[in-house]
Design a protein around this ligand. Structure first.
Ligand code: NI
Length: 199
């Protein structure tokens, strides 16, 4: 994503949507814990049918019983995506053995270029536990919608393109429900602390 003020808007919309959802779901809010914004059963997440970086079809149900730390992005992203994935990797390393209960998941918003093969190579840079997910354009759009992800193609000329996208880390519980979410600016230490408290 591009680092600019506009990029903040989708994040703030997500926060607003979650806050609204929380009122309806009567869940608790936890102020002031690092970059954590909310906890509870907000309407974020849900079923997906995608393909992992080994080419195997996977659904959200395959992750039941495990925590998922999910990030949506694309492997051609020049800056924010690799930085955020590195933060995930560092936080999980700091967490120690507990990290074994968390699966870091990268869902592409650019299925056109992010084939399983491309994702397999990309995931290697971040760790053996990282799962890369891609799928049909429709399946990816559906997942984006369920996670309130903002992602649009940005032509760069001569057929090249980048993606403008929201940049949010989602912590999902073993039951598949959202526990909390964090913005990309969270530090590895703060994220490790959050995970230690919440898993
Ligand atoms: Ni990006």
């Amino acid at each position: 994503m591009m680092r600019n003020k506009q990029a903040l808007i989708p994040y703030l919309l997500l926060v607003a949507a979650l806050a609204g959802g929380l009122i309806w779901h009567e869940s608790e809010t936890v102020p002031g814990l690092g970059r954590s914004v909310v906890t509870g059963r907000a309407d974020v997440g849900g079923p997906f049918q995608l393909i992992d970086h080994t080419g195997k079809p996977v659904s959200d149900a395959d992750f039941r019983g495990r925590y998922m730390l999910i990030y949506f992005g694309y492997s051609f992203c020049p800056d924010v995506c690799p930085t955020t994935l590195a933060v995930m990797a560092q936080a999980l390393e700091k967490l120690g053995p507990e990290a074994g209960r968390v699966t870091p998941v990268f869902i592409t918003i650019d299925p056109e270029r992010d084939t399983p093969k491309v994702l397999a190579d990309y995931m290697k840079a971040f760790g053996p536990n990282f799962v890369g997910l891609t799928g049909s354009a429709a399946a990816i759009k559906d997942a984006e919608k369920k996670y309130r992800v903002y992602a649009v193609k940005k032509p760069l000329g001569k057929g090249a393109y980048g993606m403008d996208h929201s940049s949010v880390l989602y912590l999902m519980g073993p039951n598949g429900k959202l526990i909390s979410f964090y913005d990309e600016a969270i530090s590895p230490d703060a994220l490790a602390k959050e995970l230690r408290q919440k898993i």
